[in-house]
Design a protein around this ligand. Structure first.
Ligand SMILES: Cc1ncc(COP(=O)(O)O)c(C=O)c1O
Length: 432
């Protein structure tokens, strides 16, 4: 799939990096893993110099475009004044004020450097606030690499057990068995199961954490009323509702899923689009809950206000506030989704589209998808075969249909047209 420089770089990398990469998700297999030279706007170039229309967008952070000049200029201006002080500066206060203004449920925030950190801190705060230890999460949702929620992110559907009594499955060796005691898992969109679990355990649950849509499983949307049910039940049982907006925040609306669905969680977590690719994350929410930080509740980190991240967040949020960026992305994303839908329909391939124009996916060979168990029955071989053919022709979605297609401001109508032409061709090819 990739050229000779890619292959020789992978061989070098395999000697010094486990799997030849710095995050397991970047390893597609020996001989079929891309290595990147550079990226600009909606495009990237591999080390062999081949150009791609990028729909992975680094798994979501790139909301404006790669190497976006106004963001990079602000970062350069700020880092020339020093990058880290272990003291607080004005810019991070300004960015905190911007998040509070843009996200409906956020009254106070603290910064972190990655989504993993943001969710880990939010969970600590929720446990400290409630004095409880149990966490409820949904199968197929991913909240980062810490042991608290790295359960039932992805496993063969059989491993999850019966949907009435799901088995939490650790996603890695090395997670202490004792952590199992603190986690309850359920299929996403399982209204009845959620109400049942809340009846039995609600008063022991510190937090219900969920992505608003399954950003790590085909961007499966919440069914009408599901997020509202979580809001209502968590309130009734005194649990903290953590909405993990690491993928949806500053992407599906300026105020994220909170604005999109009109839902107010107690805490929310951000990373990715907050900094257009720079290392910045945040968690925040109700003042009453956030104010316990520093009063017997620990949170911090050497790099939590790193200048590149904070400067990038400032520039990114300023642009989102001043221009109709997300509306533009939505229009182009909708065209792409509609075009792909038409291609699958013309070729009699059942395809369920999920997500939003700015981050969407499609599951092939199925009629409906409401949780990871449904997604698991879709035609992965067909999805993968199409992704491989698209990548060969210079269109790069992720090869795994769990990972949504991400749009950025610099995807043009011409990029959309080219993508549709490629998919029209390759879908015909696989039908032969
Ligand atoms: C919803 C969600 N939460 C948390 C994380 C973890 O973020 P990070 O990779 O920045 O640690 C991710 C990463 O993909 C995510 O999608």
């Amino acid at each position: 799939m990739f050229g000779s420089k890619t292959q020789s770089l992978q061989q070098r990398a395999l000697k010094v990096l486990p799997l030849g990469v710095n995050s397991n998700f970047r390893f597609w297999g020996e001989g079929i893993t891309p290595y990147v030279e550079k990226a600009k706007g909606a495009h990237l170039w591999d080390v062999d110099g081949k150009k791609y229309i990028d729909y992975r967008m680094a798994f979501g952070p790139i909301i404006l475009g790669h190497a976006y000049d106004e963001v990079d200029q602000k970062v350069i201006e700020e880092i020339q004044k020093g990058v880290l002080f272990a003291m607080t500066g004005e810019l991070e206060v300004v960015v905190a004020e911007m998040i509070v203004e843009m996200a409906p449920a956020i009254e106070m925030v603290r910064f972190a450097c990655s989504g993993t950190e943001a969710t880990m801190h939010a969970i600590r705060v929720a446990r400290a606030y409630t004095g409880r230890e149990l966490i409820l999460k949904f199968e197929g949702n991913y909240h980062g690499f810490h042991d608290h929620t790295l359960w039932s992110t992805y496993a063969p559907a059989e491993a999850y057990g019966n949907r009435r009594s799901p088995i939490p499955v650790p996603a890695s060796s090395g997670i202490p068995k004792s952590m199992r005691e603190f986690i309850i898992t359920l299929p996403f969109n399982d209204f009845e199961g959620f109400e049942r679990v809340m009846r039995s355990y609600g008063d022991q649950i510190a937090a219900v954490i969920t992505e608003p849509c399954q950003g790590n499983c085909a961007a499966i949307n919440p069914q009408d009323g599901f997020l509202e049910l979580i809001r209502k039940q968590t309130e009734e049982h005194g649990c903290v509702f953590i909405l993990d907006e690491v993928k949806t925040g500053f992407r599906i609306a300026n105020g994220g899923a909170q604005e999109y669905y009109g839902i107010k969680p107690d805490l929310a977590t951000y990373a990715k689009a907050l900094g257009n690719g720079y290392p910045v994350a945040a968690f925040g929410g109700k003042k009453e809950i956030m104010s316990i930080i520093g009063h017997g509740v620990a949170q911090g980190g050497t790099y939590t206000n790193n200048k590149p991240g904070v400067a990038a967040a400032f520039a990114t949020l300023s642009l989102l506030k001043s221009k109709p960026i997300l509306k533009t992305i939505e229009k182009r994303g909708q065209r792409l989704m509609d075009g792909l839908k038409e291609i699958f329909a013309e070729n009699d391939i059942p395809a369920v589209f999920t997500g939003y124009p700015a981050m969407f996916s499609f599951s092939l060979g199925v009629e409906a998808v409401s949780c990871q168990r449904d997604w698991a029955t879709s035609d992965h071989d067909l999805y993968l075969s199409l992704a491989e053919k698209a990548i060969k022709r210079g269109v790069m979605p992720d090869y795994d249909s769990r990972e949504p297609w991400f749009m950025c401001y610099e995807h043009t109508d011409a990029d959309v047209d080219e993508t549709l032409n490629v998919y029209a061709e390759i879908v015909k090819e696989v039908k032969k």
